[in-house]
Design a protein around this ligand. Structure first.
Ligand code: HEC
Length: 206
């Protein structure tokens, strides 16, 4: 029912007596729309181009660093030497931390308790790449067999690598239930007995 005063506003569609009226979106709506587009542009620049923006990855890295600093505050920089590796094995707190790292990263190849799976059994007396207890750290850090054993040097802090090496050394002589692989490589002499010589490494970190 177009009348003369509004000749163009009625669109001419009619359904069940309801007609379509040309009702433009209000000006404030357009304004909000445009402002949100402009805002997204600045937000994008701020998020990805701004030195002041701290993303979730940076936050995670910073938190991890602070956590390492807290964890290792008592022991300083650990050395990869016989005495450190072998006495850390007796420190329940550090063994717990290292076994968590092992469970999270190594069990897929070395078995739940180190009994071997894709990678060799770490619980027996035979090793492919290890002759002395300090070699363990080198294998973990640099990997072996062209990456079949991945290099973990970039994944963990130096102290974590030493703790992992100590944990792996402590697996020797255990007999895990799910042992899959027999001895590989050469049998090597027992770890030296250094425990009586001096106080355990990491004792200050209790
Ligand atoms: C992708 C599978 C894989 C993962 C994950 C893995 N390893 Fe290995 N690892 C291997 C293989 C395969 C070898 C044997 C390399 C060779 O044949 O020389 C090996 C060897 C080793 C050795 C030397 C054993 C020997 O007999 O010489 C140590 C120690 C070791 N791994 C520790 C670790 C630790 C600690 C982790 C976790 C941080 C880990 N591995 C994670 C596959 C893996």
């Amino acid at each position: 029912m177009s009348d003369k005063s509004e000749p163009t506003l009625i669109q001419g569609h009619e359904y069940d007596g309801i007609q379509e009226y040309d009702n433009p979106t209000p000006g404030w709506w357009h304004l909000v729309f445009l402002v949100s587009i402009l805002f997204s542009f600045f937000y994008f620049i701020m998020s990805f181009g701004s030195p002041f923006f701290v993303g979730p990855y940076e936050q995670l890295a910073a938190a991890q660093e602070a956590e390492y600093a807290r964890m290792f505050a008592g022991i300083g920089e650990l050395e990869n030497d016989e005495h450190t590796i072998l006495t850390l094995m007796d420190n329940e707190k550090w063994v717990a931390i290292a076994s968590g790292t092992f469970r999270g990263n190594c069990v897929s190849c070395h078995g739940a308790e180190g009994g071997g799976q894709v990678g060799p059994n770490l619980c027996d007396d035979s090793y492919k790449n290890v002759r002395t207890v300090t070699d363990i750290y080198e294998v973990i850090t640099n990997g072996a067999a062209n990456g079949a054993m991945p290099a973990w040097g970039n994944r963990f802090s130096h102290n974590e690598l030493v703790l992992l090496a100590s944990y792996v050394a402590s697996l020797r002589g255990t007999s895990p239930a799910g042992t899959i692989r027999g001895p590989e490589g050469d049998a090597i002499p027992a770890w030296p007995d250094v425990r009586a010589d001096a106080p355990p490494a990491g004792a200050g970190g209790q």
